[in-house]
Design a protein around this ligand. Structure first.
Ligand code: TYD
Length: 209
């Protein structure tokens, strides 16, 4: 039986990484096969593309070039990693997927939501997540979490401050459009509370499948 495909979305600093690690452990403890991966990245080619995308020296990259690089990384990740794992029955958990492009490039950069949806489906060969957790955070809190960490801001984080409001609104618009798939999560709750919420949703989806 094909595995479940779960993605996590939300602004930088919203706790996606922590929740993905917890969910992966939980599913493995129950005896399931789990693969976690990340966008952009997840393959050799994807890592090279990620470096280009996040490098501050590319600050003048055009929005269309940026979009196509994200899609190229995604096409590679789906065909080489995600689809084979799902076919083998594993649950795949991906840190960001095409909803990021729809929101950051489609809405944030103003390239248009519908166009990016179409392009994304082409890049993934029609693969759509079964479940998407949208980690929602007040605009200031993510910034604070990033500033508290020691690393330097990457190219997109540097710019994100400018279009953060649009990103939050964009994600909400998307969650309304794909109600059956996208689940908003209040990421301001404690780690454990957030995880319990996520766990329940995953359990019930697995029962249905
Ligand atoms: P990353 O360091 O992975 O951020 P995070 O830890 O928040 O996931 O950097 C990815 C950045 O790229 C992030 O700011 C969101 C952005 N992004 C897009 O603009 N479009 C996309 O399609 C994806 C996948 C990410």
């Amino acid at each position: 039986m094909k595995g479940l495909f779960i993605t996590f979305e939300g602004p930088d600093g919203s706790g996606k990484t922590t929740q993905i690690a917890l969910l992966s452990e939980y599913l493995k403890d129950r005896g399931g096969k789990v693969l976690t991966t990340v966008e952009p990245g997840g393959t050799e080619l994807g890592k090279e593309i990620r470096n280009i995308l996040l490098d501050r020296k590319n600050k003048d990259m055009s929005p269309i070039a940026e979009t196509l690089l994200f899609q190229a990384s995604r096409a590679e990740l789906v065909s080489k990693v995600i689809s084979p794992a799902l076919e083998s029955g594993a649950t795949v958990i991906c840190d960001r997927f095409f909803d990021s492009t729809i929101v950051y490039q489609g809405i944030g950069r103003g390239l248009g939501m519908e166009r990016i949806i179409e392009l994304s489906l082409w890049a993934t060969g029609g693969l759509v997540p079964d479940l998407t957790f949208l980690m929602q955070l007040e605009a200031g809190l993510g910034d604070q979490r990033i500033s508290n960490s020691l690393r330097e801001r990457d190219r997109i984080e540097m710019e994100e401050k400018r279009f953060r409001k649009n990103i939050n609104k964009g994600y909400l618009k998307l969650a309304k459009k794909f109600k059956e798939r996208i689940i908003p999560v209040d990421a301001g709750m404690g780690i454990e509370e957030v995880f319990n919420f996520i766990k329940k949703k995953v359990d019930s989806k697995m029962d249905i499948k």
